[in-house]
Ligand binder design. Sequence first.
Ligand SMILES: Nc1nc2c(ncn2[C@@H]2O[C@H](COP(=O)(O)OP(=O)(O)OP(=O)(O)O)[C@@H](O)[C@H]2O)c(=O)[nH]1
Ligand SMILES: [Mg+2]
Length: 664
Amino acid sequence: MSEDLRIRNVAFVGPHHSGKTTLLEALLFACGAIARRGSVTDGSTTTDCEPEDIAHAQSTCVGFARATHDSIEINLIDTPGFIDFFEETRAALRGVDAAVVVVEADPSRIALTHALMEEIDRLRLPHIVVINKLDRPGAEFNATLAELQRLYGRHVVAEQLPIRHDDSLVGFIDLATMQAARYSADGDRSEAIEPAFEVIARQSHRALLEAMADFDDHLMQELLDDVEPPTDEVDRDLCDECSHDQIVPVLVASGLHGFGIAALLRAIERWFPAPVGEARAPIRAQVIKTIVHPQSGKLSVARIHEGTLTSDATLIDLRTGERLRVGGLYRLFGKKSEPISSAGPGSIVAIARLEGVLTGSTLAGAPTVKPLPPIEFAPPVFAVAIKPKERIDEAKISQMLARIIEEDPSLQLARAQFTSEQLLLGCGEQHVGIAIERLARKHRVEIEVAPPAIPYLETISGSTEVHSRYKHQTGGHGQFADVQIRFAPRPRGSGLLFDDEIVGGVVPKNFIPAVEKGVREALARGTSGYPVTDLRVTLFDGQYHDVDSSEQSFRTAASMAVRDALPKCKPIVLEPIARVEVTIPPHFTATVIGQLTAKRGQILGMKQSDREGREIVEADVPLVELARYITELRTATQGLGTYRWSHERYDPAPPGRVPTAAVS
Ligand SMILES: Nc1nc2c(ncn2[C@@H]2O[C@H](COP(=O)(O)OP(=O)(O)OP(=O)(O)O)[C@@H](O)[C@H]2O)c(=O)[nH]1
Ligand SMILES: [Mg+2]
């Protein structure tokens, strides 16, 4: 039988900059888990402990910590809010039983929680919302709550009201107990509700009960009969309905001042579910994060769902069937790892040296254990071209790149089509940028980064015939070759065709491959510097000299012919056109179509997506216009839009818009 454990596993999630790391730090301090409260601005918090977090004063990956309160062990995961790191956050949500959604007291920032709330709903994860930064002048509690309810419904309901004086937070009213409290350095002090707040408190209390009554017939009857339900009943219902993800209570806080922590701790303990799991069952655990230290090696952070894991156990990676020996068992606290000998169900632990195990893998104590649902990572939407700054061997660099991808499976490596550049792909500019920084720091490899080259081509739109003679006399042996060549356009996409129409051996057979070679070499860089394609090149006449003609001289004559001919055939530059599928909630369709049209896109139509509540806009867009498209798309769609593309064809580029290729 499964038993309730005195554990809570909680993720702090929410938009970028909403104050998650600061609030979590205040919670750790309140529980005595840290002696001094660090700050994000000076890089001293527990969970922003990676050098990249500190350098950017923001979370760039998940951080782990724990605290004990009322003899309940609280495992905490701090997640990065920036949209580029959403895949990291999604994986972490698999390890917890509940989430604290931290938002700023600013209604305009609530829409940024959309993708996150969708994921929380999909996982049916019990959660609360904390309206944070209420100490700030101009903080808007009411408007923020209204916006939350407009987007997510009336079951997102205030359980506290902030008491603000002189535009700053001083206390709160608990709407379940109808008691007020004032924050102070040594805890919250209860006090009576001020007369000025009585009406609003009563109305909000009623709204809370009504939202809860939707899931509780008894409470509904009491409300209909105008009976005030006893406080302990309200409290019980809140626990029940929040832990079953029916009600989403909203709390108030100022993480920076440590205000709201006591209520938050109480909510975590009372409203969030305890993990369930059987200690004697075979191990069933899922890896939610992989950390690779250049010196100490690899750590797989896993959530144990069933069983008791010991530091000398053998596990099966159900993804590969591989049997692996645990190389050490740890609990993480910021950058510290504390060795432990065993951990039971509901725990989040770091396991050392599980080679081949990836984030998302199910680790099992027996082959009969059922795998947990895999974690599918969204396909990458942003790419940079990379090459090492110094010449180091290819094998070494690919090994290091493989390690950073092992840490973060939402990164990918690929070779660019047409240009063969090495690409690093990820979920956005910042995601890829930070990966490069991490690579430089951890593996001491400096990488040069550039936007991927656009594989422009050149073609001709007119025909011509040229006569080219190469004659050179340098004492002794001379050089002689004479060719007449016709250049004509071919249909788009048909490539280069070389024709030999020589009759009577005026150019001997053995020199014709040299002519073709000379033509091809010269066409590798057209008038614009880009390769020339879609044309027919016909050698139809020429002359040779018995002694002075050579392969080299015909090659030279042929390339001179190309140089001469190209400007006479009205050369044009061709640009690659991508077929784009943009996936968005339907109400953004008009915006996205406008955006794509402004990018010279040609809209092909709309279709239904497999994903519920999503539509796909299909369009053909010049590849060059897509360089930063993901950032623009997210800005226009509250972070919800995503897209993928594939090469479709080449079209003439608008004159004057194409950079000349750099001479290499
Ligand atoms: N006034 C005020 N500022 C706060 C509060 N909490 C955090 N901040 C500030 O807001 C900024 C962001 O805080 P963080 O704790 O890093 O926010 P976060 O949600 O962890 O940010 P990401 O990890 O990037 O998603 C920092 O400059 C904090 O000092 C608060 O309650 N009041
Ligand atoms: Mg943070």
